[in-house]
Design a binder for this molecule. Structure first.
Ligand SMILES: Cc1cc2nc3c(=O)[nH]c(=O)nc-3n(C[C@H](O)[C@H](O)[C@H](O)COP(=O)(O)O)c2cc1C
Length: 161
């Protein structure tokens, strides 16, 4: 299947994690995978035939990282119908920020869902305060169930005629 990994980052953790996910998925050889920074990805390019993995951190007070803000604003403005589009979400945050933990990714998640897209699998999270687990390790542990959720969707969607 075609998988597009998208990341929103400010200090690089989500980017590194996304690169590790891409490397891992590529090495398995089963999928056609691409990686893009959200600030270089056009809303128009969203396509229901592609499965999306989104890794996004939190900055400010529960806000999107600045690299994801333009994409979000374009989503709000264009308001595309995203029915049929499936994505898996991995949020990065820090429990030190009790009231806004991991909320950056949730801003994007809420908007995608409002526009008709469907999140599949578990909502992935990494807490920067848990020093023993790196963001990449947490995401690589989360990845198999996300890929399995994509496969389930694909098996249940009738092929286009
Ligand atoms: C200035 C600043 C503000 C932050 N605000 C939040 C926040 O409100 N909630 C949260 O869960 N994490 C917050 N974080 C933690 C980051 O989301 C976390 O360190 C993450 O791993 C950064 O990922 P990135 O390098 O991809 O941007 C903040 C970090 C910084 C430096």
């Amino acid at each position: 299947m075609k998988i597009q990994i998208l990341y929103g980052t400010e200090s690089g953790n989500a980017e590194l994690l996304a690169m590790d996910l891409e490397e891992h998925i590529s090495s398995e050889g089963d999928h056609d995978v691409e990686l893009a920074d959200l600030q270089e990805f056009e809303v128009d390019a969203l396509n229901p035939e592609t499965y999306y993995i989104i890794a996004c951190s939190t900055h400010g007070e529960g806000e999107l990282p600045y690299t994801a803000q333009g994409f979000y604003e374009n989503l709000v403005e264009a308001s595309p119908n995203l029915e049929g589009l499936h994505y898996a979400m991995f949020g990065l945050g820090d429990r030190f920020y009790e009231d806004t933990y991991s909320q950056g990714s949730e801003v994007l998640d809420t908007k995608l869902t409002e526009l008709g897209a469907t999140r599949v699998g578990e909502y992935g999270r990494h807490d920067a305060s848990s020093l023993e687990v790196t963001p990449s390790d947490a995401a690589l542990e989360w990845l198999p169930q996300a890929l399995a959720a994509f496969s389930d969707v694909r098996e249940n969607v009738p092929a286009a005629s």
